[in-house]
Design a protein around this ligand. Sequence first.
Ligand SMILES: Nc1ncnc2c1ncn2[C@@H]1O[C@H](COP(=O)(O)OP(=O)(O)OP(=O)(O)O)[C@@H](O)[C@H]1O
Ligand SMILES: [Mg+2]
Length: 306
Amino acid sequence: MTSRVVTVTLNPALDVTYRVKALRVGETVRVPEVRTRAGGKGVNVAAVVRQLGADSLVLALTTTATPDEFRAGLDELGLAHRLVPALASVRRTIAVVADDGATTMLQENGSPAGDRAEAAITAVLTDELRAGAGAVVISGSVPAALDPEVPARLARLCAAHGVPVIADVSGAALRAAASSGAVLMPNSDELAELVDDGRVEDLVAGGAAAVVATAGPDGAIAVTARGSWRARPAEVVEGNPTGAGDAAAAALALHLARSGGDVDWPAALADLVATSAAAVLRPVAGEIDRGARARWIPLTTVEETR
Ligand SMILES: Nc1ncnc2c1ncn2[C@@H]1O[C@H](COP(=O)(O)OP(=O)(O)OP(=O)(O)O)[C@@H](O)[C@H]1O
Ligand SMILES: [Mg+2]
């Protein structure tokens, strides 16, 4: 059995961080320091998987233009990748961080995907499923001109190959993925949009492999056909919650991969809550504090709720 985790990112990004003294609306601001990093949720997941000591592979759409800064960014992070050129450009997310710590995010939607994007990413994923994947994580938004049902179709493909799959998507893509056989990982807002009466059990009856609903500092719940559990973090962490959900997905993907889908849920939930809290400690999405994670796993409380 392989524990290699394959991540799928349909809407990649270049995460740009501007450090400024102060940001005042309507004024010209000097930017003495700029950092650019390959981003998108699947990239963060792959980076955390690697920090957890396992192999990861990034499958993503990228730009048809050259040079491809996104590809160069993945190389700089040392992440293995297979990319499908299908976008006029890779969108930027700009984080403007002021000296007092205040952060303003500007997020582009990205350019529409070309006609062949779905066929091409499906072919690459099929190839990797045949080569052997322990688990697949499909995360993030879907670019314009791509059907919001694409994540659900890719999830069904994984399920048909017997490979456990996590869908960390939102809105119409989450509604479509709900019956795909994927493990769903909505945060509180995404869950509220999906089930207004809060009946998470119905999602499992309706074709989700399981639902892991994350709730920021309150931790996470797992609802499965075999039972339900709640885990709370050992400590509420002050820090950068962006990418905490991606760290949670990375931790769960490894449990899925190592158990062939037959997860020890209380252990997996404790791990994902500790790993994601350890991500909040790090200022950059896609990184975890491994010492804190190791300390927190045994201190994370898990209770059965059904
Ligand atoms: N302040 C915090 N202290 C401790 N743990 C936290 C904190 N914030 C988040 N977490 C952990 O991270 C997990 C995921 O957080 P959250 O529900 O905010 O995900 P998210 O909104 O999907 O994040 P993102 O999409 O930015 O990666 C939570 O289940 C929890 O275990
Ligand atoms: Mg999330």
